[in-house]
Write a protein that binds this ligand. Structure first.
Ligand SMILES: Nc1ncnc2c1ncn2[C@@H]1O[C@H](COP(=O)(O)OP(=O)(O)OP(=O)(O)O)[C@@H](O)[C@H]1O
Ligand SMILES: [Mg+2]
Length: 349
C-alpha cells in the first residue's frame, strides 16, 4: 500500500442547485480523520434540477476554488433526480455476463437511445434462479456537462456516482441489511430513497425545499427570511404554546412530506421482491434538524425514525472528534459517502 503522505488527494464534490460542498477524509495511523471540508453558494439559475444551465459561471467559480485550495482530483456527485433507477430480475445468465445483458435490454428500462445513456449497476441479490440487479443510469449529455465543467476548471474527475448511492454509503450502518428509508431534506428539495442490503433500490426527489419553510414562516408571522430561518431552527415542529405559530405556518409543508413518505413506503411494500416494509427511517440534510420532526414522523408513519449519523461507517481514531458539528455533518452525508469511496481510489492513482 502506498504511504498515505504520498497519496494524491481526491476531494469529494457535492453539487446542489444552490450550493456546492466538498470534503476529504484521510487515513492516519489510528484511523480515518476529516482532512478538509467546505461549502459555498451557487447563484439561482446556474444549475436547475441538477442540470447545468450556465456552464461558464460554474466553471469560473470552481476554477477559483480549485486553484486557491490546490485541488487536482475530484469525485463528483450526480443528481439522482435526473437519473433512472430500475430494479431488474435476470434469469439464465451468469454474473460475469451482467453488463452485456443489461446493455442489450437498456432500452426497455431507460427512455433514451442506448447511445445516449451511461449506466452502472449493483448485483443486489444472487438468488437461486435469478439475479436481482439495481440499474442506475444517467443521460450521457448530463454526465459530459459535469465532466466538461470540472475538467475545464482545472481538475481531473476520478469518478462520478449518484448522490444517493453516496449518501447510502455514509448513512446506512454496515450491519443494517433490512430495508430502510432515507430522507435527505435540503434547501431546495427533498429526496426520499429506499435501500435494502445497503443498496439503493428506489428514489424520488420532490421540489419541497427547506427554504419553503422559511418563506411560509416569514409570510405567516410577518418576519424577515433571516428571522424565519432562526425561528425554524429553534421552534421547528414543536407544538408547545410558544412554538405553535411556527408549527401552524409550516404544518402544510411537513404534512406534504409525510404523505409522500407514506406513498413510497406503501409502494415498496407492495412492489418489491421481498414485500418487506422499511424497518427504519434515517433523516439527513439541513432541514432534518427541524426540532420535533423525528417524533412527528415516527408517530405518523409508525416506524422508528432517527437522525442519520453520516460518520457511522468512518473509523475515527480513539478520542477523535471531527471539526464539524453534528447538525452540519448531516448536511454533508453525500460528500462523506463519496469521500469514503475516494480513499480507496487514492490508493490506486
Ligand atoms: N439547525 C437547523 N434547523 C433547521 N434547519 C436547518 C438547520 N440548519 C440548517 N438548516 C436548513 O438546512 C438547509 C440547508 O441544508 P443542506 O445543506 O442539506 O441543503 P443543500 O444540500 O444546500 O440543498 P439541496 O440539496 O436541497 O439543494 C437550509 O434550508 C437551512 O435553512
Ligand atoms: Mg443537498
Amino acid at each position: 500500500m502506498m504511504p498515505s503522505f504520498l497519496r494524491l488527494p481526491i476531494y469529494a464534490f457535492e453539487l446542489s442547485d444552490k450550493s456546492y460542498k466538498y470534503l476529504r477524509l484521510k487515513e492516519e495511523r489510528g484511523g480515518i480523520v476529516l482532512d478538509d471540508f467546505g461549502e459555498g453558494e451557487i447563484a439561482a439559475g446556474v444549475i436547475e434540477h441538477g442540470e447545468i444551465k450556465k456552464k461558464d459561471i460554474l466553471k469560473a467559480l470552481l476554477k477559483e476554488l480549485f486553484s486557491k485550495k490546490n485541488i487536482h482530483f475530484t469525485a463528483i456527485s450526480l443528481p439522482e433526480e435526473k437519473g433512472f433507477l430500475e430494479n431488474i430480475q435476470l434469469t439464465g445468465i451468469k454474473e460475469s455476463e451482467l453488463r452485456q445483458a443489461l446493455e442489450l435490454q437498456l432500452e426497455e428500462h431507460v427512455p433514451l437511445p442506448p447511445s445516449e445513456v451511461i449506466f452502472d449497476y449493483i448485483l443486489a441479490r444472487n438468488e437461486k434462479n435469478h439475479l436481482d440487479v439495481a440499474l442506475n443510469a444517467f443521460p450521457r449529455a448530463l454526465v459530459e456537462d459535469y465532466l466538461e465543467v470540472f475538467s475545464s476548471a482545472g481538475v481531473s474527475p476520478t469518478f462520478m456516482e449518484s448522490e444517493l448511492t453516496a449518501a447510502t454509503r455514509s448513512i446506512v450502518p454496515q450491519d443494517f441489511a433490512s430495508p430502510a428509508m432515507v430522507l435527505d431534506w435540503g434547501k431546495t428539495r427533498i429526496s426520499f430513497f429506499i435501500v435494502e442490503n445497503r443498496v439503493l433500490r428506489f428514489a424520488s426527489t420532490v421540489p419541497i425545499g427547506g427554504e419553503m419553510l422559511d418563506q411560509a414562516i416569514a409570510k405567516n408571522l410577518n418576519v424577515s427570511l433571516e428571522e424565519a430561518q432562526k425561528l425554524k431552527a429553534k421552534k421547528g415542529f414543536l407544538q408547545d404554546k410558544d412554538s405553535l405559530p411556527v408549527f401552524q405556518a409550516i404544518v402544510p409543508v411537513v404534512t406534504a412530506i409525510r404523505e409522500e413518505a407514506e406513498k413510497y413506503i406503501n409502494f415498496w411494500q407492495t412492489h418489491s421482491e421481498n414485500k418487506e416494509a422499511p424497518k427504519k427511517l434515517f433523516l439527513s440534510g439541513g432541514d432534518a434538524n427541524l426540532p420535533g420532526l423525528p417524533q412527528y414522523l415516527e408517530q405518523e408513519l409508525g416506524l422508528p425514525v432517527v437522525m442519520a449519523n453520516p460518520w457511522v461507517n468512518v473509523k475515527f481514531p480513539k478520542y477523535y472528534l471531527p471539526n464539524l458539528e453534528f447538525k452540519d455533518a448531516v448536511r454533508f452525508s453525500i460528500s462523506i459517502g463519496m469521500a469514503l469511496a475516494a480513499m480507496d481510489k487514492e490508493k490506486t492513482i
